[in-house]
Design a binder for this molecule. Structure first.
Ligand SMILES: Nc1ncnc2c1ncn2[C@@H]1O[C@H](COP(=O)(O)OP(=O)(O)OP(=O)(O)O)[C@@H](O)[C@H]1O
Ligand SMILES: [Mg+2]
Length: 265
């Protein structure tokens, strides 16, 4: 497939970090995978394997030492910071922490990107329109009743749902989720998984879900990438994942079979 057919593509990406002892830690080793437009791809792997580092290459917070990264048909490997602004506008990153504004209500958090965009485009802010859109988005994520609360009144799971609503408000081409089900109880993890799935069915946006929660990955992803010691040890479709007899894949997959087993940390 040509890069343009894929929304995101990693081509032989290498990335190391210097260590305190003067050595180098190789985090991404010859990593290649792609995310076709409109598909959801999960980046799976144990804690510390380099999932968030991979994600940071998609939004330009990190650049590869070697290899190329493509976003929306464009080679972004050598882009300068000011060129990233245009690309980042098309991407919405849902952080693990939610990263909400604590002094604003839930509704104002979701309204933020709407106001920002109106400002950027020199359009007048129509309050009724913003209110309608915010209500619609909060209803989509199941939080219509929480509009006037502040984030600190919400559970971790609900904060994430607000963060997702805020991400959607920016009308991105692509949503990037970093560990959406970490640090919540299994029921809440289920609720967030259901939400991601519903959004996928409703909006068909290109999505990347970084996670070590194999249940989440198996429910929402069209394709899965698994990282093992920095390398891609599996990249394929959901069906190929289910049929793979690779021992690393089998080990990870079996976590799903354990009744009530928590996600690996
Ligand atoms: N800016 C950085 N400088 C130095 N080392 C870094 C940097 N960012 C990440 N690392 C190292 O790279 C490795 C991979 O980190 P990363 O955060 O990508 O792991 P992860 O797979 O997302 O783990 P988790 O599931 O716990 O979130 C870790 O050993 C981390 O310490
Ligand atoms: Mg991480």
């Amino acid at each position: 497939m040509k890069p343009a057919d894929n929304y995101i593509e990693f081509q032989n990406v290498w990335r190391s970090f210097p260590q305190a002892d003067g050595g180098e830690q190789a985090v991404l080793v010859d990593v290649s995978f792609f995310v076709p437009r409109g598909e959801t791809v999960a980046i799976l792997g144990r804690s510390g394997v380099g999932k968030s580092v991979a994600l940071k290459h998609i939004v330009g917070f990190l650049q590869p030492d070697r290899g190329r990264v493509w976003v929306d048909g464009r080679d972004v490997t050598d882009l300068e910071e000011k060129q990233w602004a245009v690309i980042r506008r098309r991407l919405a990153l849902v952080f693990q922490s939610g990263a909400l504004f604590d002094s604003l209500t839930v509704a104002e958090n979701v309204a933020f990107p709407l106001r920002e965009r109106a400002l950027q485009n020199g359009q007048q802010v129509v309050e009724e329109e913003i209110e309608r859109r915010v209500q619609e988005l909060l209803t989509t994520v199941g939080l219509a009743e929480s509009a006037d609360l502040i984030p600190s009144d919400l559970s971790t799971g609900s904060k994430r749902a607000v963060a997702i609503a805020r991400a959607l408000a920016a009308e991105p081409d692509c949503i990037l989720y970093d560990e959406p089900t970490t640090m919540v109880d299994p029921l809440m993890a289920q609720t967030i998984t259901d939400l991601i799935l519903r959004l996928k069915e409703k909006y068909h946006k290109t999505s990347v879900v970084v996670t070590h929660d194999v249940r989440l990955a198996e429910r929402v992803a069209d394709r899965l990438v698994m990282l093992c010691q920095g390398r891609v040890c599996f990249f394929g479709t959901q069906e190929e994942w289910r049929n793979s007899d690779d021992p690393e894949v089998e080990a990870f997959r079996s976590l799903d079979a354990l009744p009530g087993a928590p996600a690996v940390r």
